[in-house]
Structure formats: C-alpha cells, structure tokens
Design a protein around this ligand. Structure first.
Ligand code: FAD
Ligand code: SF4
Ligand code: SF4
Length: 480
C-alpha cells in the first residue's frame, strides 16, 4: 500500500480552511475549520514515510506520526486513532494549539523543496472523527489497586497524569482552585484558538473514568484551606501540576494607574464571559471602545491583542522591544493578528505609563538591534529617542513566573530552583518531599501544552514505578 503515500510531489499542501478576518473577528469561535475526511486522507498521503522521521523526533510526545498518517491515508481511521491516542492523551487539543511550525511540521523533511505535511490538522481530524464515531471511550481499569494519588491542578499536566494513573487502577483525586477543569486551557487560551467544549468533553470523559474532581479547592495554608500536608496523609502519592501564574511586572512610573491590567486577568475575564458569566470589574477588564496597548511579543500578547479586537476595541497596538524577526511568539499568530487589524510598534520599550488617575498612553524608548547573543537572538540597545503611544487600556503581557509555593504552602522543605520552579532531578519527577511529584509549567517555567501532557504522563509512570519498586508506601503503611 506504500503507493498511497509519498504523494507530496503530486499533491500540494492544503491547510485547513481559515475563516476570513472580517467574519472571525466578530465572534470567539475557532478560526480554523477541521479537515473533511477526503482532505485529511489526501493530505496524510503526502508523507514520505521517512526512515528517521524528524517530525516524531521533534514532537515532545514522540508521536508515531508516519504510522498514523499512513493509516489515515488508507482510511483505517480507527487504527489511526488508537495509534495516535497511545502516545497523546489529548491529540485533538495538540492538533489545534501546538506551535507545529516549531515542532513536528517545522522539522518535516519534505519542507526542503515542498511544503510540510499538515500533521496537526490530520491529528485533530483523526480524534474528532473518533469522537464522532463513538470510539473515544473512558479507559476503565481492569481492577482497583487500592492506592490513591492526589493531583493538584487540573491543567494539561494534572489531567494527563490523572488519566494515566486512573486507567492503571489508582484512585485519583484532582484538587483545583478554579470552578472548572482545564487550567489555562479553560481560563487562559482564548476560545478562538481552542473552543471550551473541546476541554469540557475531556473533563466528562475523565469523570466517567472515575477521576474525582474537587473544584474550588485551593491547596494552601490559609484558614480552612486543605494543605499539602493534608494531601500527603490522605494519599499515597501527590502530583503537583499548579502551573505558573505570577505575572511579570514592568518597573516603570505609572504602573499603578487605572486601566493598566495584567494579561491573565484580562483573558480570564474574557473566558468567563464566554460562559455567560459576569466576571465582575467588567468595565476595567473589557476593551470595547477602548484604545488598547498590549505590551509583549509572545503568544499571550497575541491572545490579548486578538481578544481586544473581538471585544470591539477602537484600536489595538502591540508594543514590543525587539522586531518581528526576533519576537518569541508564533509568526502565524502575528500574521493572524495583523489580518484582524492589529498594529505593531516594533523596537519600542515602555519607560512610563502616562496619565493622572487613569492611563492615557505609554511613553516608549525607541530601540535598535545589537549583536546576536549565544542563542543567536539579537540584543537590543536604546537609541535615546522617545515616542508616545496613546491608549486608555494597557495590558501587560510580559510572561509568568511561579508563585512562591514553599512560602504560600508553609512547606519550607519543598525545594525550588533560583527561578522559583519546583526542583526535580534531571529526567525525574519527585520533588524534595518524598512521595510528592511535579511536572508541567511549575517545573519547566511557562512552556507548552504538549510538554505539560508529556510531563503528566511521564510523572504518572514514575509514580507507578515507585510503587512497583517499593519506594512508595502501600495501602497498609497509609492506614497504619
Ligand atoms: P496550567 O494549565 O496552568 O494548570 C495549572 C492548574 O493548577 C490551574 O487550573 C490552576 O488553577 C491550578 N492551581 C494552581 N495552584 C493551585 C492550588 N494552590 N490549588 C489548587 N489548584 C491550583 N501553549 C500551547 O501549547 N499552545 C498555545 O497556543 C498556548 N497559548 C497560551 C496562551 C496563554 C494566554 C497562556 C497563558 C499560555 C498559553 N500556552 C500555550 C501555554 C500553556 O497553556 C501552558 O504551558 C500549559 O497550560 C501548562 O499546563 P500545566 O498543567 O502545567 O498548568
Ligand atoms: Fe505535532 Fe504537537 Fe501533535 Fe506532536 S503533539 S505531532 S508536536 S501537533
Ligand atoms: Fe512524513 Fe514529514 Fe514525518 Fe517524514 S518528516 S515521516 S515526510 S511527516
């Protein structure tokens, strides 16, 4: 059947249909349509079935991409789904929001001369088709192991860990401080990239599998709060997947002015409105009719820009201190933002927020590019020239650092790195507290969904291995 493959010479790359900028900026629906079956099969057949598949090497999950592409091209869609799901807990989510241009597709060998196989879109199709066919079912354990694990945080790391442990027979309790499951999938990433029913569908499946969720349950050390120490007595092992939520500050005059807000507050409020909730402080965190200035050059900044446009902002300007070629965010997202009407102010570093009580603009220092650093990224230096960008809503999107977990949880022995992320051994997951494991952003720093899934899965395997080799307590020890 190999003749079905290697079609990249005959068939050109076709991306999923994208809604026009005019249409999509009126709502929060996803901007890309899924592939139809015939298109998915055709595009999968472009794969050249490499002996050393660099796509898989550069997929954090090591997905068996050429194999499920071939199965898709052969219309063996149930097998394709089974193979895809074997290495990825949430393939339909990765297919939508992985930065494929930096991972699998960016390393597809037919890029040299031809355009890459549309791996992400096929991955999304395979799982969406499996849901439609009823093939995606909760994997119930064959027997209960009589061991319980507490998972803190219901982002992709926590959910992937919970799913993998539950299918092996662990009793799994997920503790989440928010009122919904999903972490940044629910309250960070806007629904024009990932619609919320995609996340809710997984939440329901996990419940059907027997994972027990404790929502609106922050783990902490405040009055009435469940503590990490409580969890360590309640469960045989604990996994921490709490993510990173401390917004990076910008130390310039005027930071305290009204109308200067953090990206996570703005995006959370917007996502809550998507659930028809009033997030409170609606005026402060809504861009309708405002002249919005977003500060930052990463994907969070692009999400704020594009959310503002959909909320009906009068104008949206993104201010970034480097240039287009040296920004950390995905090129595609910048392109999408420009299509939707955003303006970019490159090589501009804010040095004051202007205004008396409410912000009226940002004074920026104009920068120029210097020599590349060790990573090849160009340094920047000030030119001494200034400019003023006018606006009445300023959104700081400068990235995230970890919260002070040892301090907030009164756990001084929980070791952290100099960046405040939880310390685990290289390629390991157990923290300095025995039986307490961690993964995802709280270990890596702000990263990607696919890496969080990888960590959650691998940490679950590490917990299971620790039980098997006797380094974690069994049920008897807990009851003693
Ligand atoms: P999170 O998703 O942050 O989940 C952590 C969970 O822990 C949260 O639900 C939180 O409420 C809970 N929690 C924290 N502390 C406690 C506590 N004390 N008690 C109980 N619960 C607690 N990645 C991509 O791959 N593609 C993208 O397009 C993309 N877009 C992004 C857009 C934005 C705006 C942001 C902010 C990030 C984006 N990312 C994207 C990054 C991605 O969302 C994260 O890397 C990923 O969600 C990390 O997963 P996690 O499970 O480690 O943490
Ligand atoms: Fe590509 Fe992400 Fe899917 Fe891996 S998980 S194949 S990197 S889209
Ligand atoms: Fe197919 Fe590209 Fe992967 Fe090669 S690198 S196996 S052509 S998807």
């Amino acid at each position: 059947m190999t003749e079905r493959m290697l079609q990249f010479v005959e068939l050109s790359q076709k991306l999923p249909e994208k809604r026009s900028a005019e249409e999509r900026k009126k709502d929060f629906g996803e901007i890309y349509q899924g592939f139809a079956r015939a298109r998915a099969e055709e595009q999968a057949s472009r794969c050249s079935q490499c002996g050393i598949p660099f796509c898989s090497v550069h997929c954090p999950l090591g997905n068996n991409i050429p194999d499920w592409l071939k199965l898709t091209a052969e219309n063996r869609l149930q097998d394709a789904y089974a193979m895809s799901a074997a290495t990825n807990t949430f393939p339909e989510i990765c297919g939508r929001i992985c930065p494929q241009d930096r991972l699998c597709e960016g390393n597809c060998v037919i890029n040299k001369g031809f355009e890459s196989v549309t791996i992400g879109a096929v991955e999304r199709f395979v799982t969406e088709n499996a849901f439609a066919e009823g093939w995606v079912q909760p994997v119930l354990p064959d027997y209960e192991l009589g061991r319980s694990v507490g998972v803190v945080g219901s982002g992709p790391a926590g959910l992937a860990c919970a799913e993998r442990l539950r299918r092996q027979g662990y009793e799994v309790h997920v503790y989440e401080r928010q009122d919904r499951v999903g972490g940044l999938l629910t309250y960070g990433i806007p629904s024009f990239k990932l619609e919320k029913d995609v996340v809710e569908r997984r939440w329901k499946l996990l419940e059907a599998q027997g994972v027990i969720f404790h929502l609106s349950t922050p783990i902490g050390s405040g009055e009435g709060e469940t503590t990490l120490a409580d969890l360590r007595t309640r469960h045989h092992a604990v996994f921490l997947g709490t993510g990173v939520y401390r917004s990076r500050a910008i130390d310039v005059p005027g930071s305290e002015l009204g109308g200067v807000v953090d990206a996570i507050d703005f995006l959370t409020a917007s996502n809550r409105r998507g659930y028809h909730e009033d997030p409170g402080n609606d005026v402060a965190l809504h861009a309708k009719g405002r002249r919005v200035i977003v500060i930052g050059g990463g994907d969070t900044a692009m999400d704020c820009v594009r959310t503002s446009i959909r909320q009906g902002a009068a104008e949206v300007v993104c201010v970034y201190r480097r240039d287009r070629a040296n920004m950390p965010g995905s090129r595609q997202e910048v392109y999408n933002a420009e299509e939707e009407g955003a303006r970019f102010e490159w090589l501009a570093a804010p040095d004051a927020f202007l205004g008396s009580e409410h912000v009226s603009g940002v004074r920026v220092q104009k920068m120029r590019l210097g020599t590349p650093d060790a990573t090849g990224r160009r340094s920047i230096e000030a030119t001494g020239q200034h400019a003023i960008v006018e606006g009445d809503l300023v959104i700081r999107a400068l990235g995230f650092d970890p919260e002070d977990l040892p301090g907030q949880w009164n756990e001084p022995d929980l070791a952290v790195t100099r960046w405040g992320t939880l310390k685990v051994p290289p390629r390991g997951f157990e923290t300095s507290l025995p039986g307490v494991f961690a993964g995802g952003d709280i270990v890596r720093g702000a990263s990607l969904v696919v890496w969080a899934i990888k960590d959650g899965r691998d940490a679950a395997d590490a917990i299971h291995a620790a039980f098997e080799n006797g380094s974690l307590m069994g049920q008897d020890a807990l009851e003693a």
